[in-house]
Write a protein that binds this ligand. Structure first.
Ligand code: BEZ
Length: 221
């Protein structure tokens, strides 16, 4: 089955986009990257998603994450659709602040395992699902999320997971359920008590459990 798995080097594909032809790794440079796919241009849920993404580009920039979208229409369609997206945001005349890949031959959608077999166009061809790939500065896949065409994504959640990915890439911690930046984090299980004490100057607290096992260890990063 085509697709990219966590830890794989993300394909260094070439593609036409609304900012010209790109080679993906050159586009990313040394940054983190987020690639999010859409079923089709000029569709309602996709328009709300792209508009939301455009409205919070500053948040992605702050985190050093380059944004790029993809759908299975042409550059010309993407350029025209972008005008609708920005008008939806009340910013008529402002360009969309990130490029869109034109995957009108579905080459990337097949290579990256992004097609949704339940969403068929008038020609009987599958549309793209709502995929999200977060790529690290080492060009490896750090996170993938796959939603069907009929369910729009939560871009606040995407920022939250990027915060977790960037924190856990730097420190030997993991973020618990519903974690938000500023909350306590968990010490990863592979660290010994002595290593944890040495690594976390803010201290480590351990929750007592019926098993007596000391694995629920919190620290303030
Ligand atoms: C939408 O973006 O609104 C959409 C696209 C394809 C199928 C269902 C909804």
């Amino acid at each position: 089955m085509p697709g990219v798995l966590l830890g794989d080097v993300f394909p260094n594909f070439e593609a036409e986009t609304t900012i010209g032809r790109i080679k993906f790794h050159d586009f990313l440079g040394d940054s983190w990257g987020i690639l999010f796919s859409h079923p089709r241009d000029f569709t309602p849920v996709c328009t709300t998603e792209l508009a939301c993404a455009a409205g919070i580009t500053g948040e992605f920039k702050k985190r050093g994450v380059k944004m790029i979208a993809l759908s299975i229409d042409s550059v010309e369609d993407h350029t025209n659709w972008s005008k609708d997206v920005m008008a939806f945001n009340g910013e008529t005349g402002t360009p969309l602040p990130f490029p869109i890949i034109a995957d009108d031959k579905r080459v990337l959608s097949v290579q990256l395992g992004m097609l949704d077999p339940d969403e068929i166009d008038k020609d009987g061809m599958p549309l793209t699902a709502r995929c999200v790939f977060v790529i690290g500065p080492d060009k490896k896949l750090k996170l993938s999320i796959l939603y069907p065409a009929t369910t729009g994504r939560n871009f606040d959640e995407l920022l939250r997971v990027i915060d977790s990915l960037q924190l856990t890439a730097q420190k030997k911690v993991a973020t618990p359920v519903n974690w938000k930046p500023g909350d306590k984090v968990m010490v990863i299980p592979s660290l010994s008590e002595a290593e944890a004490t040495a690594l976390f100057p803010n201290g480590v607290t351990c929750k007592e459990l019926p098993s007596g096992k000391k694995y629920l260890r919190y620290t303030q990063p």
